[in-house]
Design a protein around this ligand. Structure first.
Ligand code: HEM
Length: 413
């Protein structure tokens, strides 16, 4: 078969497969308007989030139902092999996010190009967000040692941390999100398969949130302690706020990271048994928020501004000083974009208690934003009684990938 290549290695046959049943694809081909096809089929029709753009998808994208974070160690010591892998991953991601299989060879005499479990499923808002850890720069093995941003190093130890090294580090990271867990797994499996011999999985963690479909109002999702989580995020739809808090700028020192962002991953166990025995008033004092509405104590509206100085009629602080909201907010200067998910990982073998918690993910222009807030929280957050930090990693995520380019190309230029 002659394969006429469209965007992202997408063939006519692929496009017709995606458009197929609606008849739209065939009609557009017949009229010679096929170049409009990908655009005509975006968003609602195909549940696609564009892979290419100024920023990587998966940061500003409204959180999908599922996440899988995977950290890889790079095994090869050859720069050209690593670059070749990033190019092959780019092609794969462009296809998968377009809802296409990795290939369409029907030969019975070679293993299928695609593992097949996502056949018939939509793109499900699949996104990939790639970044690198400080280990990628070590020993200058890929001739990029001099390009390590100063801020990309181990996060400092915080009081109360009980970190397990199995959730730390990694040369490369990929945050994979989608509304269908099978689509997420398929993506992870195929990236790993493509990378075999060049990279090896170091750790992977999955997370979930309540399905968007189950909440027609699209309200703020709740965490496993039953509270709305994400209310106080900065409004990153505003360019000025995005530039101040979220995306790295060239003048920050490492031009290759422009429009990228630092990703912090913390695995935080939540002690559900203890929480479930805690009276509601104390639960609300712990977060400093009303459980039902999500409003800061002393206010009625979920999105009311957080004012730690606000007093009740009796002169007491409405928002307890040591509540999570008050301590995290501080003066309001350090902000970050939280994009966290819940996790559950079976039981603690010794106690039989559920091992569950928050897969805390935050994006920020500089790791200092996270460090400032976490230092305050570790020192005086009332929530500390109910949680334990078990895992920690920091990555520098690349700027957006441009058509014709590849993941991380600015770093290797
Ligand atoms: C299991 C651990 C955690 C839980 C259950 C949790 C939950 C919450 C909840 C329910 C809120 C209030 C609603 C909202 O604004 O989203 C909140 C706010 C916040 N949390 Fe956490 N959080 C956790 C860990 C952390 C960590 C590790 C950080 C960063 C170091 C953090 C930073 C923040 C910030 C910045 C706010 C907004 C404060 C403001 O209103 O300005 N949280 N969190």
């Amino acid at each position: 078969m002659t394969r006429t290549t469209l965007e992202a290695g997408v063939t006519r046959r692929d496009v017709l497969k995606v458009a197929g049943l609606t008849g739209l694809g065939a009609a557009l081909y017949a009229s010679g308007l096929e170049r409009w096809l990908p655009r005509a089929l975006t968003a609602e029709a195909t549940n696609q989030v564009p892979f290419y753009g100024k920023y990587q998808a998966g940061i500003l994208t409204p959180p999908q139902n599922h996440v899988q974070i995977v950290a890889f160690d790079v095994q090869t010591t050859r720069r050209d092999e690593l670059i070749d892998l990033l190019k092959r991953w780019t092609r794969a991601c462009a296809r998968l996010t377009a809802g296409l299989p990795l290939g369409d060879s029907d030969s019975l005499y070679v293993p299928p190009e695609d593992t097949g479990e996502a056949e018939g499923l939509s793109a499900s808002h699949l996104t990939f967000t790639f970044g690198c850890g400080h280990g990628l720069f070590a020993d200058d093995r890929f001739e990029i040692g001099h390009k390590r941003p100063n801020l990309l190093r181990e996060l400092p130890a915080f009081d109360l941390d009980q970190l397990d090294p199995k959730w730390a580090g990694g040369d490369l990271v990929v945050q994979i999100c989608a509304d269908d867990q099978q689509v997420v797994f398929h993506a992870l499996r195929n990236l790993t398969r493509i990378g075999r011999g060049i990279v090896k999985i170091r750790w992977t963690q999955t997370g979930f949130q309540r399905s968007k479909a189950a909440d027609a109002t699209g309200g703020t999702p709740r965490n496993l302690f039953g509270f709305k989580d994400g209310t106080g995020n900065p409004d990153v739809s505003q360019p000025a706020i995005r530039n101040k808090h979220l995306f790295y700028q060239w003048q920050d020192g490492s031009p290759w990271m422009t429009n990228g962002s630092f990703l912090v991953v913390r695995r935080i166990q939540m002690h559900l048994e203890v929480w479930d025995r805690t009276i509601l008033k104390e639960q609300e004092r712990t977060f400093g928020r009303d459980r039902a509405s999500g409003a800061p104590l002393g206010s009625k509206d979920e999105f009311a501004s957080v004012t730690p100085s606000k007093r009740t009629a009796r002169g007491e602080a409405s928002l307890p000083k040591d509540s999570h909201t008050a301590v995290a907010h501080g003066s309001g200067e350090a902000q970050l974009l939280r994009r966290s998910y819940s996790y559950q990982a079976g039981i603690n073998e010794t106690t039989g208690a559920l091992d569950a918690g928050l897969l805390f993910l935050s994006y920020q222009r500089s790791p200092e934003q996270f460090i400032t807030i976490q230092r305050r929280l570790a020192a005086s957050d009332r929530l500390n009684e109910y949680i334990t930090h078990r895992g920690s990693a920091l990555f520098a995520c690349f700027g957006g990938i441009q058509k014709g380019g590849y993941i991380g190309d600015a770093l290797f230029a």
